[in-house]
Design a binder for this molecule. Structure first.
Ligand code: SF4
Ligand code: SF4
Length: 383
């Protein structure tokens, strides 16, 4: 008798189809092994938004009775395998119905496995992933993060490679033979079957010891109990703005004390303050009122508020003045304007390296690459 659980942590909307493909395919394949299972999103009404971390689950059992029992809980409390399809979520996630930051490996059982899609190596990822007091394995799918969402589906075989890796790290969940047969049956595509097999053969894991990893305490909030709730429904207004950091010059919009967006972003804007022409477009168009107007009339994107949508990059009229860079490159939310003011040469060198590196990557919000996927997939297959 065994009940095994897998969670797929993905970015809402952008990666929804990818997550669904993975959990459904696990269950189809497990059935070929004579097991029974189910695949589901955490919320039946699915209040997903672009980029918000969300989860889907696959539960596989030996008997129907076990499956019924496992479905009596709202969601799996512990999983044998966590699959993270965007490495920027290794820093932790704030998903729906969770107060504060949830470490990416929070639900991963002792001796379970965390699978991450990433171009980073294990040591860099472990720097971001919060410590656990039990050991687990880390498996990396070496790949650019895939954006396979509702509106743009990038069929780059990321789902197939994850499934092949899963069969290697947790064969008791589903056998490779069953997975290969099932993928052939479901997709009628022998290239996809080959991708599953290849990923299985190439998978290696790295043991992460107890206490290894990011030592920071994830931020949390006190959840009000029903006795402490106020009468009626109160939606607090955002306070009025002030001068930049409370001074007389510039402008800083008021912000919510509790609603931060640190885990929502997969990318963040990096500003070239030397080429900015102070046209105000980023400030006007940013949907989250992120930009603080500095005393010298420049625009500093405040990382408490930025959701990483990329609008500022799209509207900025100056080439390379705003560049969206992978969130995985940053370890803090500090002001870029502060860094530039303190050391302009140092800031510009740092910025140039990041911007050049971003140009050679294909990480994107998805919509930037509409129409470009066909060439990318061909290039990936050739590689
Ligand atoms: S990416 Fe730019 S436009 Fe979007 S929320 Fe962040 S600062 Fe605002
Ligand atoms: S849109 Fe670009 S040039 Fe205009 S103020 Fe913003 S950063 Fe400067």
């Amino acid at each position: 008798m065994a009940t095994l659980a897998v969670e797929v942590v993905y970015r809402g909307i952008f990666q929804r189809t990818l997550a669904r493909n993975i959990v459904r395919q696990i269950v189809f394949a497990a059935r070929k092994d004579g097991k029974i299972g189910t695949a589901f999103g955490r919320y039946s009404d699915s209040p997903e938004r672009n980029g918000i971390p969300a989860k889907q689950f696959a539960i596989v059992c030996d008997t129907a009775l076990e499956l019924e029992e496992s479905l009596a809980v709202y969601e799996a409390k512990a999983v044998d395998v966590t699959i993270n399809v965007d490495d920027s979520m290794c820093k932790g996630i704030e998903s729906w119905a969770w107060y504060g930051l949830q470490p990416i490996n929070e639900l991963t059982k002792s001796d379970g496995t965390l699978i991450v899609t990433s171009r980073q190596d294990a040591d860099s990822l472990i720097e971001d992933i919060h410590q656990k007091d039990t050991p687990y394995d880390l498996a990396i799918i070496p790949s650019t993060v895939s954006f396979s969402g509702l509106w743009v589906y990038k069929d780059d075989h990321t789902d197939m490679r994850i499934l092949g890796t899963l069969c290697k790290v947790c064969p008791e969940l589903v056998s490779l033979k069953a997975m290969l047969e099932s993928v052939q049956e479901q997709t009628d595509n022998s290239t996809k079957v080959a991708s599953v097999q290849r990923a299985h053969d190439r998978t290696t894991t790295r043991l992460v010891e107890p206490g290894e990893g990011n030592s920071e305490t994830p931020f949390s909030f006190d959840m009000p109990g029903w006795k402490t709730m106020e009468e009626g429904l109160v939606i607090r207004g955002i306070p009025e703005g002030t001068g930049f950091r409370g001074g007389d010059e510039g402008y800083q919009p008021g912000r919510s004390e509790v609603f931060k967006k640190w885990s929502v972003r997969s990318m963040r804007p990096v500003i070239n303050f030397d080429t900015c022409i102070k046209c105000t477009l980023c400030w006007l168009q940013c949907p989250d009122t992120c930009f603080d107007v500095t005393p010298d009339g420049l625009y500093d994107a405040n990382m408490e508020s930025c959701c990483g949508c990329g609008v500022c990059e799209a509207v900025c009229p100056v080439p390379d003045c705003v560049t969206m860079v992978s969130e995985a490159e940053f370890n803090d939310n500090n002001s870029q304007w502060d860094a530039w003011t303190a050391d302009k040469d140092g800031y510009n060198k740092w910025m140039t390296v990041l911007v050049d590196q971003t140009k050679t990557e294909t990480r994107t919000h998805g919509f930037h690459h509409v129409g470009g996927y066909d060439e990318e997939i061909t290039a990936t297959e050739e590689a």
